[in-house]
Design a binder for this molecule. Structure first.
Ligand code: 5GP
Length: 122
């Protein structure tokens, strides 16, 4: 069953509140971008909204137009700042159990720096 109540104690909420540290790449009033603790590619960063949203479903319904625009802009900026945009990259946002989402705060993975391969490991 998909989670419907935001968990204020998830690890990304703690990072936003400054209770847990992260290696920050970029920040704006609505977003934070930092390096994944367990990188799956030479470039692996996570873009998150600062607001309390569980996943892209939650965000697309509840976030303001300003927050949504800031989130998309932050993804583009992260691709530039990491250099991932030069040769291409993949963005992934896992949702719920079937999507294998581990942290219940919306995040987009940016993976690059080498060929990322097919969309599934076939
Ligand atoms: P998900 O499976 O939810 O899409 O991805 C969660 C991601 O968060 C994983 O790639 C994991 O390595 C990363 N992660 C989990 N805990 C931390 C943390 O404390 N700091 C950072 N920087 N990344 C984390």
């Amino acid at each position: 069953m998909k989670q419907h109540l935001y968990d204020n104690n998830n690890i990304f909420a703690k990072i936003i509140r400054g209770e847990v540290s992260c290696k920050k790449l970029d920040e704006c009033p609505h977003t934070l971008t930092f390096y994944d603790i367990n990188p799956q590619a030479p470039i692996h960063v996570l873009v998150i909204p600062k607001g309390a949203y569980i996943d892209i479903d939650d965000f697309s319904i509840k976030a303001s137009v300003e927050e949504q625009a800031a989130f998309v802009a932050a993804i583009g900026r992260a691709a530039k700042l990491t250099g991932a945009f030069e040769k291409g990259y993949r963005i992934i946002s896992n949702v719920g159990a079937f999507g294998h989402q581990e942290v219940p705060h919306l995040h987009v993975h940016i993976l690059g720096g080498e060929p990322i391969g097919p969309i599934r490991g076939r």
